[in-house]
Design a protein around this ligand. Structure first.
Ligand code: SF4
Length: 286
């Protein structure tokens, strides 16, 4: 079969994930073991690679029992309570919170503190329970309202002053819709543009990439929230978009003679996995 394969030049780890993985690898080149609070990247193959070097993933419950060890905080960040727990347990932290997320945490905290007296409410558009969102809610002493969809805008009290933020990896168009709906519902709304620039620009370039290829292979862990957003974007532009977790899931029956195959992924998809996927397609047909 005659087809061509191209990897999206804009895909691969975002800066925040690159930084966290690099710091983990640096540490593991000197030490046998490193604990990480939660998966450092939502990608099972990349996690396996790091686990083979000595990375151990812990849940918060495990950290409560951990003492005098080193713990990596991933790019999503953590609420203040996690830092307090680490300090109480003598845990040394390697803080890989992405600088963009850190700035957002600081802004949420500052706005929350400033609105306390006027009974304002911090509203976060994001995935409930996601580590980054938990980290942001933690800046407001747990009081921020998290909304995950347009329908949930009605949970906001229209009588109160609203400060609206978004999780950094949300879809910019969806956030724009949410902002309009909140502004219509509430008399006093202050909107903060908090979607990561890297994510926003990736949306634009991915639209063009999905349109200009006849079939899209989108590679990402199914638990990646950015993966879900970007795959849905691909699917809306190209109905022949397939979401796979690794190259072994490629089905030869997906392809047609003359296909231009586009391989792309989420901010948590390593370049090597995109290359492996492209190579698998090439080995099947070229
Ligand atoms: S998506 Fe943006 S904000 Fe989130 S970790 Fe990556 S670089 Fe940082």
């Amino acid at each position: 079969m005659n087809l061509s394969v191209e990897i999206d030049p804009g895909s691969g780890f975002c800066n925040g994930v690159v930084r966290a993985v690099r710091q983990a690898e640096e540490y593991l080149s000197r030490e046998k073991r490193l604990y990480s609070l939660g998966a450092i990247v939502h990608n099972s193959l990349e996690l396996e690679r790091l686990k083979a070097k000595g990375l151990e993933i812990l849940e918060l419950e495990d950290v409560r029992r951990l003492h005098n060890e080193t713990l990596l905080i991933r790019a999503h960040g953590e609420p203040p309570a996690t830092y307090a727990l680490a300090e109480a347990n003598g845990i040394r932290i390697i803080d890989c919170t992405c600088p963009v997320v850190l700035q957002l945490q600081q802004k949420v905290k500052e706005v929350y503190q400033g609105m306390k007296d006027s009974a304002g409410q911090v509203v976060i558009f994001g995935k409930r329970g996601h580590a980054e969102v938990n980290g942001l809610v933690g800046q407001t002493e747990g009081t921020a309202l998290v909304i995950g969809s347009l329908e949930e805008v009605e949970r906001i009290d229209p009588a109160r002053l609203v400060a609206l933020f978004s999780q950094t990896t949300k879809d910019p168009d969806e956030y724009a819709q949410i902002c309009r709906a909140v502004e219509q519902r509430c008399n006093h709304t202050v909107v903060f543009d908090t979607i990561c620039r890297q994510v926003a620009s990736r949306h634009k370039s991915l639209v063009a990439f999905a349109r200009t290829h006849s079939i899209i292979l989108f590679v990402s862990g199914k638990e990646s929230s950015n993966g879900k957003v970007l795959f849905d974007l691909c699917l809306s532009e190209n109905p022949r978009s397939r979401w796979l977790e690794d190259a072994s899931q490629i089905d030869p029956s997906w392809f047609l003679e003359g296909d231009t195959v586009g391989v792309c992924g989420a901010t948590s998809t390593p370049k090597w996995q995109l290359e492996e996927t492209a190579a698998k397609v090439s080995s099947l047909f070229c």
